[in-house]
Structures are given as C-alpha cells and as structure tokens.
Design a protein around this ligand. Structure first.
Ligand code: FMN
Length: 293
C-alpha cells in the first residue's frame, strides 16, 4: 500500500477546503488584554525561547546525559526516583482495582465534579487512583529503573505525590507522601482544619469538602540535570499525564474530582513542606464521593 508521506514544508501542498462553512469571526484573544504589545522582558516568552531545541545546537546546560552514561552511581540514583522519608511511619496500600468500566465509557463521561457527599473514601479506591496516576508498572530491562503508569522524559519521574486524607477508611486524617516504589503512604503530619485546606485556593469549597486531595509537585533537578531548561516543560507535561490518568480512574470508580491549577503556590508549598524552588507544587487533585449519584 502506498501510504502518503508527511510533508515537512508547505510548498506545493494542496490545501483542504475549510470545514467552517459559516466563517465565524475569531477574536484575537491576545489583543483583548493588550498582549499584542508584549511587555519586555516577558518571562513566559523568554522561557519558551530559552527551552527550544534546534537542530545542531546543544543546550550548554545539558551536561548530565554524558555523566549519566558513564556513572553507575548516577544510574542507581535515577532508578530511585522518589523522595525517601525513612523516619516516617508507613502504611502499605492494597493493590488497585479500577473496576469494569471501559476506556471508551470513562472518556465519554469524565467531567470535573465539584460536589461531594460526606462518606469515607475506601483505602482501595485511593490506592487505585495513586497507582493509576504514578504507580510502578514494570522495570527498564537490565536496570533497576522503574516504568510507571505515566510516561516520563528519560524515565526520570521528577514528580512527587502528596495526599491530604481527611476521611479515608483505615487511615488517620493526615498528610501522606506516596512512595510508588513501595506502593505505600508515608505519614507526614496531622492535617489542619477544612478551613485551612480551603485557604489553599481562591475558591475554598474546592478543597473543604472532598475526602482527600493530592498535591502533585515537581523536583525539577531530577530531570534538569539531563534536559536543562527543557525539563521544566517536561515536568508540566508529565503532571498532565499523571492528572489525566487520575481523573479517568476516578471516573471509572464513580468518584468526583476536578484538576485545580488555580491555587496559592506558596501556601500549597508550605502545606506539603517544599521550598517552591527545588521542589514546587504544580497541580491539585481533590477526590471524594460524588454528590450526584
Ligand atoms: C490546567 C487546568 C487547570 C484547572 N484549574 C481549575 C481550577 O483552578 N479550578 C476549577 O474549578 N477547575 C479547574 N480546572 C477544570 C476546568 O474548569 C474544567 O476542566 C473545564 O471547565 C472543562 O470541564 P470538564 O473537566 O468537566 O470537561 C482546570 C483544568 C485544567 C486542565
């Protein structure tokens, strides 16, 4: 079969007719907020430019790949891609079970759901969500490096998941850290009140009533040592992968969840005890029993 080839350039390529037959006017959104005349320096544009990859140009900050190739110690270190808290009590998690819903079903029905009923989450449900989001699913052949449920640039897994559990069967109300390598939770410290959780976002109701919420953070240097500035993009992309699997697993279990990108960064960083620079919060994922079922 003669499959058509991809065209890299536009020259001579026939154009498909537009399918938008009513030719609606499109508002140029940047101009609405005056962004046509971008302030300089504009950190977003600067960052995007600085993290581009061009043929034949090697980012001078990308030095770790060569070191990694040569160093057994570094290879062992990247294989252990999770924060360790050996002094903390550990709660082993049961194996997950996402039930019988099909992918087609959960893709069709997933919605951001923000209303909860006050009923405990089961430990197995929480274990299913964490495993679906970032659990270990295999090993890179010939190494001790893991594969996870989410893809990761270089299989470096720079993200960490913290879980604030307010009402989960078999768990004390507390902040936990998820260790995917052990599929276990490390108990960090007691939680504050629901009001304090509410203060983490501009909309208190988003977190005050869910039974648990996950804070996804990135430890940027776990990836930056190898990919330089590009690693920041990779961390954000990976957080999206993790969140999507979490959301789909929650949908399969009939739970309510909403991804939250609008939160007070410094408060969330303080809440999970990270400095916001070496490790920073990226995403919140509340979860609980759905009010509408
Ligand atoms: C990156 C990102 C950030 C979001 N942040 C918030 C948020 O801070 N608060 C909120 O209520 N919903 C948030 N959402 C959820 C969106 O409002 C929601 O996905 C959108 O309305 C589409 O609805 P659906 O998820 O039900 O399909 C966010 C979604 C994404 C992808």
């Amino acid at each position: 079969m003669n499959a058509p080839k991809w065209h890299l350039r536009d020259e001579g390529r026939p154009r498909l007719p537009s399918r938008d037959s009513d030719q609606r006017l499109t508002v140029r959104l940047a101009s609405v907020v005056g962004a046509d005349a971008v302030q300089t320096p504009d950190p977003s544009e600067d960052y995007h430019e600085a993290s581009r990859i061009d043929p034949g140009v090697v980012d001078p900050t990308v030095v770790g790949a060569a070191h990694l190739d040569r160093s057994v110690a570094m290879k062992l270190s990247v294989a252990r891609s999770v924060k360790r808290h050996p002094h903390l009590p550990v709660v082993a998690l049961p194996l997950g079970d996402a039930g019988n819903a099909t992918l087609a079903q959960v893709l069709r029905t997933r919605r951001s759901r923000r209303a909860y009923v006050e009923e405990p989450l089961r430990l197995k449900e929480l274990a299913t969500l964490l495993g679906a989001a970032y659990g270990v699913t295999g090993e890179v052949p010939g190494t001790t490096q893991t594969f996870r449920a989410a893809p990761s640039g270089g299989a470096l897994y720079p993200l960490e998941l913290y879980v604030a559990c307010r009402l989960v069967e078999g768990l004390e109300a507390a902040l936990y850290h998820y260790d995917p390598l052990r599929h276990a939770l490390e108990r960090m410290h007691e939680l504050g009140t629901a009001e304090q959780a509410g203060e983490l976002t501009p909309y208190p109701a988003l977190l005050a009533e869910c039974q648990a919420f996950v804070v996804v953070t990135a430890t940027f240097w776990r990836s930056r040592f190898k990919y330089g500035a590009r690693a920041y993009r990779f961390a954000l992309l990976e957080a999206g992968h993790v969140a999507q699997s979490f959301l789909l697993a929650a949908e399969a279990l009939g739970l309510a969840t909403t991804p939250i990108g609008g939160f007070f960064d410094r408060r969330v960083d303080d809440f999970v005890g990270v400095d916001g620079l070496y490790e920073s919060s990226l995403y919140l994922l509340p979860v609980g029993r759905r009010a509408d079922t």
